[in-house]
Design a protein around this ligand. Structure first.
Ligand SMILES: *Cc1c(COP(=O)(O)O)cnc(C)c1O
Length: 467
């Protein structure tokens, strides 16, 4: 044992070798010493337990192991993945993919100082939401806008600004839980307001709202039931009716749209989603929606509506805590600019491009994917091309499915399939599919960077070979 311990090199000795010097030049003294120390410590433990020198302490491999660990330290854990789940806006996979223009705008903001709160012509201070607000006025006919971190923040800010210590009237059919602990009753409590529930789960009438109004009512609220449908014997009150009631009592109506859309989805052969501008036209005072759902941009919460109300939101201390940075605002502005050219949306905006790809295109992609997988996979796997049903995701249009095409993989033994899934996850850029009916489905509707996927598979070893 003693001789084994003596065989461990000291940190100094490792430093004073050509290999050590090279790694120090590349990664710096501190990081090298940290890794060297931890390796030596690991070696001591190994000797105590196994009474021999670990493999990595032989000859050159010490430096190889140190270099590997130093390289690992540079690797970003949140790596890119290929989304073949069939869910286009997958919250766990980061929702929407930015357009080329949004990426350029964001990069430019990263590399430079920008006129974020500065009016260049007038040479004086401006407001960070101003440019986007002007765009949104054009796109939604709203008077003004306020931009925050996400739609959850938007709802929180609206409640905290106008309803702290007051009552907010919401239908029992709209007490949504979005996931990730965003529940309408909880967020009301956070914002210090009192939720007044009206109606029943399946039916709420205008009279229910009317009876709930007191002198302590702050506003009437609509929440888009974005992730569930209530079917059968149902009734709900439209924004128009609610606005008329609100006007009687001088109460604003606010609407949390969730996804919201700025263009008619039905016109693109997609399931219908409420339009932001329709709610504004209906007289809703404030409408909030997400930047990274159907809009197809960065994570953000967008509030549009009446000028005086927006001004109050802008002045609330929470706005300072919830505001967006220059990168997000630049990307959001670039994303919104696409909507000035609606005919180009399905080519230029990745989210809408993915959603509207014709089935023939997906079929062709499926054939290419199946070919490369057949070439590269073991005979234990059976590959087919099958019709599939994709979904928008992120709560947008629940229950509605979009026709798609998938490569499905099955195996005699389920264990083999699980092994394959693990191998897909171990690729330099992992491939994420979904299990359904004992098969692994690779849905072509949700994958962007398809050529890169094929290229990766072309250049990879046989899949499914046992090690
Ligand atoms: C998605 C959603 C939210 C939360 O939006 P985030 O941008 O994810 O914070 C709030 N309300 C509704 C109705 C939603 O669909």
């Amino acid at each position: 044992m003693e001789s084994l311990f003596r065989a461990i090199p000291s940190v100094d000795k490792l430093i004073n070798t050509p290999q050590g010097a090279k790694l120090i030049a590349q990664f710096g003294h501190h990081a090298f010493v940290t890794q060297a120390r931890s390796l030596i410590e690991q070696t001591r433990e190994h000797i105590k337990q196994h009474h021999d020198l670990p493999e990595f302490m032989h000859a050159q491999s010490v430096f190889q192991v140190i270099e590997q660990r130093l390289q690992q330290g540079k690797q970003v854990a949140m790596q890119g993945v290929f989304n073949l789940t069939g869910t286009i806006l997958h919250t766990n996979l980061g929702r929407s993919i930015w357009s080329a223009q949004a990426i350029t705008a964001a990069t430019q903001a990263m590399e430079n100082n920008i006129a974020l709160e500065f009016d260049i012509d007038a040479g004086k201070r401006s407001h960070r939401d101003l440019a986007i607000s002007q765009l949104l006025q054009q796109l939604t006919k709203a008077e003004s806008a306020c931009i925050v971190n996400n739609n959850a923040a938007a709802v929180l800010l609206m409640l905290a600004t106008f309803a702290q210590g007051k009552e907010v009237v919401v239908s029992r059919g709209e007490l949504v839980e979005i996931g990730g602990a965003f529940r309408i009753p909880d967020i009301m409590r956070q914002a210090g307001c009192k939720l007044v529930e009206v109606g029943t789960t399946n039916r709420t009438h205008l009279a229910d709202y009317r009876h709930a109004i007191t002198e302590n009512t702050a506003f009437l609220m609509k929440v888009h039931t974005s992730n569930y449908h209530i079917q059968g014997f149902t009734a709900s009150v439209s924004e128009e009716e609610l606005v008329a009631l609100g006007q009687e009592f001088n109460l604003p109506v606010i609407s949390d749209l969730g996804s919201g859309a700025l263009v008619d989805m039905a016109g693109m052969n997609l399931p219908n989603e409420p339009l932001v501008q329709e709610k504004i036209t209906a007289g809703v005072s404030l409408v909030s929606f997400s930047g990274d759902k159907l809009l197809g941009g960065p994570q953000a919460g967008i509030i549009v509506g009446k000028r005086d109300l927006i001004a109050q939101l802008q002045q609330h201390p929470l706005k300072r805590a919830l505001r967006c940075d220059k990168v997000i605002l630049s990307a959001l502005e670039a994303t919104l600019r696409h909507y000035l050219f609606p005919d180009k949306l399905t080519t230029e905006l990745p989210t809408l491009h993915l959603l509207t790809q014709p089935l023939e295109v997906l079929q062709e992609k499926a054939e290419r994917l199946k070919n490369v997988l057949s070439k590269r996979s073991n005979s234990r796997y059976i590959l087919h091309i099958e019709p599939s049903l994709a979904q928008i995701g992120s709560g947008a249009l629940p229950g509605e499915r979009i026709e798609s095409v998938a490569v499905t993989i099955s195996a005699e033994k389920q264990r083999d399939l699980l092994e394959l899934e693990q191998q897909f996850k171990a690729f330099p850029q992992p491939i994420i599919g979904r299990f359904h009916q004992q098969k692994l489905w690779l849905d072509l509707r949700s994958v962007s960077q398809f050529e890169r996927l094929i290229e990766m598979l072309e250049n990879h070893q046989i899949i499914g070979e046992r090690k």
